[in-house]
Design a protein around this ligand. Structure first.
Ligand SMILES: [Zn+2]
Length: 153
């Protein structure tokens, strides 16, 4: 965690309070004396149901790794990726369900990537979408293919 004012990672806790849905801490940055509040929310464990029926615990890091891979060498900043993945995490947690399908998570990623970077979107889709469903994004794939041909010329 970084101070929102100066980016320092050193701060002290002024006050800790239990609230209905988590813990609130008021902090003060030891570098710039800026004050900020953090919330630790209690989140239930969400299980991801994979295509083959296996279950694994939802981990933001795994989603992040998949997105980073798709965005490799593309003009997508790590802030953009982090913001996107935390939005997805919020959506998963806000659903209030104990289970979510890996496909639903993949769809959320694709919905966002599509607007951010077409190449990353297609890369992600070819990993996460079953081959039989790739038809639905065929037009985008063709667009990306023709774009990459154009840039090579
Ligand atoms: Zn600071």
């Amino acid at each position: 965690m970084k101070c929102p004012y100066c980016g320092s990672q050193e701060y002290r806790v002024l006050d800790t309070r239990d609230t209905d849905d988590g813990i609130r801490r008021r902090r003060e940055c030891t570098q710039c004396s800026g004050r900020f509040t953090t919330y630790e929310r209690l989140a239930p464990t969400v299980w991801v149901i994979k295509r083959d029926g296996r279950r694994e615990e939802f981990e933001m890091e795994k989603v992040m790794a998949g997105v980073r891979k798709a965005c490799a060498k593309r003009p997508v900043s790590s802030e953009t990726i982090e913001r996107m993945v935390s939005e997805i995490q919020d959506a998963v947690m806000a659903g209030g369900k104990a289970e979510v399908s890996s496909r639903a998570i993949g769809d959320m990623v694709m919905e966002r990537l599509r607007h951010i970077d077409k190449v990353a979107y297609v890369r992600f889709a070819t990993v996460y979408v079953p081959l039989t469903d790739l038809d639905s994004i065929r037009r985008e794939i063709e667009e990306v293919m023709s774009e990459s041909v154009e840039t090579e010329v």
